[in-house]
Design a protein. Structure first.
Length: 576
């Protein structure tokens, strides 16, 4: 049983996650760790019985006192919660019990849980069982089932002990991996080592696996915040690790126990050299006699052009964005590319037809500066087209994300927040604040997030039905990941509307390519890609750009200063 005295006595981070996983077995929906330094009195929020529950988790050696009870109750307002619970590893002193009684007399019931309560309650859980509602997550779509069976065949064939699965964002590549490992474990106990490139993804990956793990299976996180020993690594059924932590451990002479399967999430981060290659080579992953190596990714392209097949072999299954749209496994997409801030009059002059121009030059020539108020006008207009709208606005920098948040909130038709990473230079957002915003967004208390980088990889918010691009990116990988945030299917969701205000010549090339791909698909799928000018379709600019950007692939891959584009022909006035 994963709730045991040994795990409770581990790191404080592990204790928080143990409580969070325990909640999944007790019927709580969406438990999420929000705690961090200065966390305003909460470590976990979850929902049950139509109420939001707030958990303050203390891993102290001493008993919790009255001050912790007060802080837990005070946190209710900040987190918009209804029921407070203080969880203390070593119990509570008399002042805590008196304070709880005082609050009870005021009509506030604060629950107190200690280690003994957790262990006794966990004894009622079937040790070989899965959390409630897990069976629904074990169900697979036809292409997911094909991927799982091909992984099983590759594992059992004695051929090259490795494989790769390529699936577009929203098609469930992580679920494929979870279900594959669950089925392998159903036949024999298997030790799994899961690698990711950031701490956040490591934690998210572990949470994704919980519905696929029996209650008697234990998981462990190994990253820059949680140190592990060789003994603790040997004791876990699944280790979720950050690659740089493992690489540093190996570089300092550490040795790793044997594993049966090594799984690399977002495996497009594996290049020709560096940390990943060193770790995989040390583990003999993907080699004869070594553990079975699996990589999954939505975007198998690397800027250094390294071929991932050298590490993971040929893809056992590939399902790209177009296939997902075509087969109805992604929601309908209504993609609107705005030409409102283009000034075609800047073209022309004697000899213009013989000039060549770079993407940087064309962007400087025809694109007018930012028009944020116009963006908010269009955003509000489209907002009213959708039932139960939920939106992500992708911004390039923190100041712009905050400005968009303020301009949207000033209209008072929804509630928006800015969310950004605390890494890097400049302004930082406290982890507890960022986690609270994301939790409120999941719960629907916030309808719009204006984000910088946070939602590029690994964040799953299926009911998002409005995506706004205001961040220029020339990376196909980032573009596909961001677009995928809105393409997941969800109950009551018919389509996602995408408002693309980037106005970059290479983005227009991507848009034309997407339009070419969806034009032949059935009307019932609700896919369309159009150019817009002040809310109206702009066929004139589309025709002009299509003629100009004849070799779409070549334009999309051009560098900033590659002077390959000719000045476009004069626009045909007959096109309205």
């Amino acid at each position: 049983m994963f709730v045991n005295q040994r795990n409770i006595a581990g790191t404080w981070q592990n204790f928080e996650r143990l409580v969070c996983r325990y909640l999944t077995y007790k019927g709580f929906d969406g438990p999420r760790i929000v705690g961090a330094p200065a966390d305003k009195g909460a470590d976990i929020v979850a929902h049950k019985g139509g109420k939001r529950w707030l958990f303050q988790v203390k891993h102290w050696r001493r008993r919790a006192g009255a001050a912790e009870v007060v802080k837990t109750v005070q946190a209710l307002q900040f987190y918009g919660a209804d029921i407070p619970v203080l969880v203390a590893r070593n119990g509570f002193d008399e002042s805590a019990m008196r304070q709880r009684a005082e609050f009870f007399g005021q009509g506030v019931s604060c629950q107190l849980w200690d280690s003994a309560f957790l262990i006794e309650s966990a004894k009622k859980i079937d040790s070989a069982g899965y959390p409630p509602k897990a069976e629904e997550q074990h169900k697979t779509r036809p292409y997911q089932e094909t991927a799982i069976k091909r992984l099983q065949e590759q594992l059992n064939s004695g051929a090259a002990p490795k494989g790769m699965i390529v699936m577009a964002t929203g098609l469930g590549k992580t679920r494929v991996m979870c279900e594959f490992i669950r089925r392998v474990n159903a036949r024999r106990e298997t030790k799994v080592f899961a690698l990711a490139h950031t701490n956040d993804l490591v934690y998210q990956l572990e949470r994704a696996f919980w519905p696929f793990m029996r209650a008697n299976q234990e998981s462990l996180v190994w990253n820059g915040m949680e140190r592990q020993t060789a003994d603790s690594l040997r004791g876990a059924d699944i280790v979720f690790a950050c690659v740089n932590t493992v690489a540093n451990y190996i570089a300092n002479g550490g040795s790793l126990p044997d594993f049966d399967i090594v799984f690399v999430d977002e495996c497009h981060h594996v290049g020709n050299d560096g940390m990943y290659q060193g770790v995989l080579q040390e583990m003999l992953a993907g080699t004869a006699g070594g553990p079975f190596l699996v990589g999954v990714t939505a975007t198998p392209w690397r800027p250094d052009e390294y071929d991932l097949q050298q590490t993971f072999g040929e893809p056992l299954l590939t399902m790209d964005l177009v296939a997902g749209l075509r087969d109805g496994f992604l929601c309908g997409v209504d993609y609107r590319m705005y030409t409102t801030n283009l000034d075609w009059s800047r073209f022309g002059g004697e000899g213009a037809e013989n000039r060549r121009i770079s993407p940087k030059g064309i962007n400087r020539t025809i694109f007018i500066s930012e028009w944020d108020e116009g963006v908010v006008n269009e955003f509000e207009r489209v907002w009213n087209e959708l039932p139960n709208p939920r939106a992500i606005v992708f911004c390039g920098v923190i100041s712009h994300a905050k400005m968009m948040r303020d301009r949207i909130n000033a209209r008072q038709f929804c509630r928006a927040e800015a969310v950004f990473s605390s890494a890097g230079k400049g302004e930082q957002q406290a982890a507890y604040e960022r986690n609270k915003i994301i939790s409120d967004f999941h719960a629907g208390k916030i309808q719009v997030v204006c984000c910088v980088d946070i939602f590029n990889e690994g964040i799953d918010v299926p009911d998002v039905n409005l995506v706004v691009f205001q961040r220029t990116t020339h990376s196909r990988r980032i573009f596909i990941q961001q677009l995928g945030r809105g393409l997941r299917l969800a109950p009551g969701k018919e389509k996602v509307i995408v408002l693309d205000f980037v106005s970059d010549v290479r983005r227009f090339a991507m848009g034309l390519e997407l339009k070419n791909a969806v034009q032949g698909m059935p009307v019932r799928l609700n896919h369309k890609v159009d150019f817009y000018h002040y809310g109206e379709t702009d066929r004139r600019s589309e025709s002009f750009l299509r003629e100009w950007l004849e070799d779409i692939a070549a334009v999309e891959g051009m560098g900033e200063n590659a002077a390959e584009l000719r000045y476009p022909p004069a626009m045909d006035p007959a096109i309205e």
